[in-house]
Design a protein around this ligand. Structure first.
Ligand code: NAD
Length: 524
């Protein structure tokens, strides 16, 4: 009888959440219809949207977005929660973040699978993203026992000059579709130990990931009898993001997304003299010099160009090859591309290496870019075709023959398209690496120590991430992640990135009964 009821229920809805292949969704507390707003209670009075699985174009489940008034209640609840959170000793906040890390460990696989289902990256990458959040929690716990100010020598007798760091208040996080968990993790784990409360707006196309992640965090807060609104969520479209940018109650706005939208957000925040942390688009080059180990370089290039179906901000978009090795390298690269071609498919299939593009719009942008490249005189060396659905699949593509400064080569198309450029020497290759507006990730393959140091020096790569003999990618969490120029200049995760989530007070205390002025000035 029970079986029949279950069968009837399954038939009553074609949503993937009711399909046994997607049973991990219910392990995360998701349902057919989900509230997309959390301000201490789950709600959502805005439009109801369907979240689509890019591997098959089917609806996973529905989400209710927030309205302007939902947003306002999130900010107010977050401000109220801050009153409690900011008073807790930093190591006590670290203990909560440690528990969040443990709770994420327990949900590592289901949450990773949800990332694969909703964003479209393959399972190891989906799980890897959640692991990044776990790792940054560990890092933040360490920070909660070690972050410190400074005592600076004072020139005045009986005076103490020091630097103290205090939390900012409510910080906003707006994230992109392609890292629906990790970006929130990098920001929120650090911001939470710093004593900030966090209001999150995830991408409008990955709302289920935002909801499932917030449920995990809130569960820990509530178990510790803390206000859940330390971690608020307001799912929605650009309207919510715009409200955050214009709102002086948001003391820092951390924005991850395209250069185009990041520019709008940055200007809006600046208008109110607010703080922003911008993590924007990249146009990453991988240089292969004449003395490079080609086996390593080919292997790294395939991963860097086609992994995540070209939807990483750090994906290699330009392969700059030394003329002497260009022909051989390209032949070997094409052979490797051929090997991955049969492994395009459903991101949840364990044998798949390349999942789908995220939306139909992404497929259109891929196709338009290829058409324009051919019109501009480019040669398709590999791929170039949209694959038949269901799902948003395309072939990884290599294009040669365009000038290094062609507008297409200078534009970030968020798809697996790489341009081959041939340079006469490393100096020329570095100048091409640096000539684009973006400045995120870069890599050089060489066996020459001298060239390695040229590359990381003042006349080398102008990017935030400067690699040698590894693919273009992000940094491990202990390092600061981010880029220069139109990539926005923000830094997240490790090193001293935590300072952005706090305000610095330079404090002078006179513990005498005298009033000496600095520089020996007499004012009497
Ligand atoms: P996007 O710019 O379209 O959207 C990003 C976020 O901004 C979304 O949450 C969206 O709803 C919101 N938004 C849209 N309009 C807004 C507005 N006017 N005001 C405020 N918020 C607004 O980017 P996307 O397509 O989701 O992500 C891909 C882009 O993100 C690529 O350019 C990629 O390189 C970049 N990215 C950068 C990093 C990094 O760390 N540098 C990481 C991931 C992605």
């Amino acid at each position: 009888m029970l079986k029949t009821t279950q069968k009837l229920f399954r038939m009553s809805s074609s949503y993937l959440i009711n399909d046994s292949k997607y049973s991990f969704l219910k392990e995360l507390g998701l349902q057919e219809k989900n509230c997309g707003v959390y301000d201490g209670a789950w709600k959502g009075s805005g439009e109801s949207v369907k979240s689509i699985c890019p591997s098959n174009g089917q609806v996973i489940a529905e989400v209710k977005y927030g309205t302007a008034s939902d947003y306002d209640s999130c900010v107010k609840a977050s401000q109220k929660a801050w009153e409690t959170w900011a008073d807790m000793p930093i190591p006590a906040r670290g203990e909560i973040v440690r528990q969040i890390g443990d709770a994420l460990r327990e949900k590592l696989v289901p949450l990773g699978k949800l990332v694969s289902a909703e964003m479209g990256k393959i399972i190891p990458e989906g799980i890897g993203e959640v692991q990044e959040y776990v790792d940054i929690c560990d890092y933040a716990v360490g920070l909660s026992r070690s972050m410190s100010g400074a005592i600076i020598p004072s020139e005045r007798p009986g005076h103490v000059l020091m630097e103290k760091w205090n939390p900012l208040g409510v910080i906003g996080v707006i994230s992109a579709f392609n890292f629906p968990v990790a970006v929130y993790g990098w920001n929120s784990a650090i911001a939470m130990v710093c004593g900030d409360t966090v209001l999150w707006k995830g991408s409008e196309t990955t709302p289920l990931v935002s909801i499932a992640t917030t449920k995990i965090v809130v569960d820990v807060l509530e178990k510790n009898k803390l206000p859940g609104a330390i971690a608020t969520l307001c799912s929605g479209r650009a309207d919510v993001g715009k409200a955050m940018a214009a709102d002086p109650r948001i003391k820092l706005l951390s924005f991850t997304g395209s250069c185009e939208i990041g520019n709008l957000v940055g200007v809006e925040v600046q208008k109110r003299f607010g703080k922003h942390l911008l993590e924007l688009g990249g146009n990453n080059a991988l240089i292969i010099d004449e003395d490079a180990d080609l086996n390593m370089a080919v292997q790294a290039s395939v991963f860097a160009c086609v992994g995540t179906a070209g939807q990483r901000c750090t994906t290699t978009r330009r392969l700059i090859l030394h003329k002497k090795i260009a022909k051989e390298f390209l032949e070997r690269l094409k052979k490797s591309y051929n090997k991955v071609l049969p492994r395009i498919g459903d991101a949840l299939d364990e044998n798949v290496l390349i999942g789908p593009l995220h939306t139909e719009t992404s497929v259109k942008k891929y196709k338009d870019t290829i058409d324009q490249a051919v019109k501009a005189g480019g040669k398709i060396e590999f791929g170039g075709k949209v694959l038949n659905g269901p799902g948003y699949f395309v072939e990884p593509t290599i294009i040669s023959g365009l000038p290094h400064d062609s507008p297409l080569v200078h534009n970030e198309c968020f798809a697996p398209i790489v341009y081959i450029l041939e340079a006469n020497n490393l100096k020329e290759a570095i100048s091409w690496n640096n000539e684009v507006n973006q400045g995120l990730s870069s890599s050089l393959f060489t066996t020459s120590i001298e060239k390695m140091f040229d590359w990381i020096g003042p006349k080398g790569s102008d990017c935030g991430i400067v690699n040698v003999n590894i693919p273009t990618n992000g940094a491990e969490i202990g390092g600061a992640f981010g880029g220069e120029k139109h990539t926005g200049g923000g830094r997240e995760s490790g090193s001293d990135s935590w300072k952005q989530y706090m305000r610095r007070s330079t404090i002078t205390i006179n513990h005498t009964k005298e009033l000496p002025l600095a520089q020996g000035i007499k004012f009497e």
